[in-house]
Design a protein around this ligand. Sequence first.
Ligand SMILES: [Zn+2]
Length: 228
Amino acid sequence: MEKEKAKTEEFERQGKDKQLKELLKEKGITGSIDNLLKTGTLSDAESEMVLEFRAGKRKEEELPISIPKNPEGRAEKTAENYKNAPTKTSIKKTLTIRVSKSIQDAKTYLKTLNRNNDHLFCQMCDQEMPVKKRNGEYYFEAVQLFDDEFEQETHEICLALCPNCAAKYRLLVKNHEESRDAFKDALLSGEENLQFSIDLHDPNLDPLSIRFTKIHLLDIQTVLAKES
Ligand SMILES: [Zn+2]
C-alpha cells in the first residue's frame, strides 16, 4: 500500500517537473529540475516557486516564470512599439516647457505659505513632508485642485501635498465628481474656516481633511470666483 502511494507521488512529481521544464525551456533554461535547483541556476524566487509548485501550493498560471509564452514575438513587438513611440525630445518640446514653468511657480508659492520654522508641512496629513532631496530641500507635489477648468495658468489653485496624500487627492477627490464639486462649493462658500473636510461619498472611506493658510484660501477663492 505504502509502495503504491509512493509510486503515485513519484508519478505526479514527474508530471509537474515536465510542466516546469517546458516553462523554463521558454526562458532558455534547460536541464532536470533537480539539477537546476542543486546548481543554483535558478534565482531564489524561481527556486521557491518551483518548490511550491511541486508541493501543490501553486498552479501553473501562478508561476511568473510562465509569463513570456512567446519570447521572440514579444521582443519583436516591444522593439516595434519602441520604434514607433514619440521621441522624448518631441514630447519635451510640446509639453514640458509650459508645464514645468507653472509647476515651478506653484511650488515656490506653496513653499512660502506652508513653511513653519524651516519645516514644510503637508496640507492634508499635517505632517512634515517625509522626503527630502539630496540638496536638503523638501520634495513635495503641487497638485492642482481641479483639472483643466482654468483658462489661465495660475499657481494659487494648487495644494502642497506629500506623495502619499497627493495620490489620495488625485484618486479619491479629483477623479470623483461629487467629492470634487462638494469641495469646490465649500471653498467658495467663503466661510471663515481654514480646515475643510472632504466627504468621499463612500461609507467605507473616511473624509479627507485639507488645511489652508488664510492667504492661500483667499487667493483660491478669488481665482475660483473669477472662473465660475
Ligand atoms: Zn500628507
